[in-house]
Write a protein that binds this ligand. Sequence first.
Ligand code: ADP
Length: 542
Amino acid sequence: MALGAMQHWLLRVTSLIDHAEREHPTREIVSAWADGSVTRTNWQEVARNARRMAQALEAGGVGRGERVATLAMNHARHLTAWYGACGMGGVVHTINPRLFPDQLTYIVNHAEDRVLLYDALFAPLVEKMKPHWPTIETYACFDPPAGWSGDVAFEEWLAPFDGDYRWAEGDERDPCGLCYTSGTTGNPKGVLYEHRSTILHAMAEVSPDVMGLSARSVALPIVPMFHANAWGLPWAAPIAGCKLVLSADYRPERMCALFRDEGVTHSAGVPTVWIEMIAFIERTGADLGPLEQVVIGGSAAPRAMIEWLRARGIAVGHAWGMTETSPIGTIGAPPANWGEMDEAAQVAFISRQGRVPFGVELRIVDDEGRVLPRDGEASGRLQIRGPWVVQRYFKAEEDAVDADGWFDTGDVAILHPDGTMQITDRSKDVIKSGGEWISSIELENAALGFPGVLEAAAIGIAHPKWDERPLLCVVRKPGAEVCPDALRAHLAGQVAKWWLPDAIEFVDDLPHTATGKISKKQLRERFTGYAFAGTEAMTGRD
Ligand code: ADP
């Protein structure tokens, strides 16, 4: 049969920046720098500078498909670098500066990065790592301070070029981005995004039930561009032509000032970020300006946090995703019967991880791979497939998916009849007690609803009779007292009796991963050899 007769336009990310340059040229991109200063540019200038950067890369001998790395926080030059690298047919590799030196050595060599663009903040790290990064030929610093005598400044590097450049052409399935997962076990694994997957993801992202971005939106991601592409916002923003506020500094006082001064309507970040923001606002009475919507993801959004934001008229989109899923997998947007739900039902709905946007599909399976029903009861291994889900890790010989394209996420979840997905746990964090599972997320959620609790993490501790029993670690709010018995009584009202932690430990802090999530792995290491007192009497299962 003959093909249809419509135009064949390749989905390449350069069309995103072309669109913003043409249709929203003067819409602002604001950068809040680490030194406290604020600078302003717009889509038109970002597009022009991206073309200059593409020229600089070509002049430097970087070839199509080669990797251009960044080690940087969020700002307009970093945004420019993404479009510049992809625009000349390269692949932008965002590196997480919080990784350990041996991981940094591994990923740069594995990626065979040719260029590294970095923030002055990371200059000491870069100097230390240079001998371990033989593939990098060009280093440039995004924001050299006065008196800098190091690598060439980004702006100087671009200075000889005029921006008279036509974007490289190629296939829509060419790679355009590379991001490594933090690799809690083994070496980090690279996810190689394509032009097409990135565009499809970005188009889904702007839609009303995902991030709901429009030309009127002002978006401030509090998620770094090296954490799963700042959740895709730098690719989605030019579609909507929204104003972007990029900050290299996430301290709550800076965030609140930006929210107010820049009129931020949309924001996104991991729960740890919002815990700090909320504590700051409660302490100082700062306000959040015209903020309308907050997307929380990366780890489970605690119910108390959702309630706090909603009480201030801010809608919460609870999102789930992974580096392997570009990253949006699901997000909670109001369903058709929202108006009939009372406050408690709405909060319960948002506490789940939401529904898939058009494009991806979910299922849960048991350990033998049998598909489980979407009945709100069965809990199983969560699998996902779709055009913005990984097929194979970078340079891997085998696919990361089964024959039907299903990628096993390593998460354990329930699918509800209304389509919402609820993460019970990561399979490696679930607490296995007496042959059954205790959801660490549920326990933490319940604890976070108790006054005086700032952060909470539940881990399984080896137990002679029950295999594992929960230990709850709690960080108190500054100056707050928390009575362990009262906390236990509060938990007893929210979770099954046999889920109650055998012990509660108050700690000064909890370990966090390179993306700001609580590191259960490190926490378990901290409590290696921990023994419960009077365990037998306290399990409550007999
Ligand atoms: P990593 O945390 O391993 O560096 P990712 O940032 O890709 O890598 O994290 C993906 C994982 O984060 C998911 O598999 C899931 O376990 C967890 N996660 C993400 N969003 C949520 C959420 N809303 N609720 C619970 N867990 C989440």
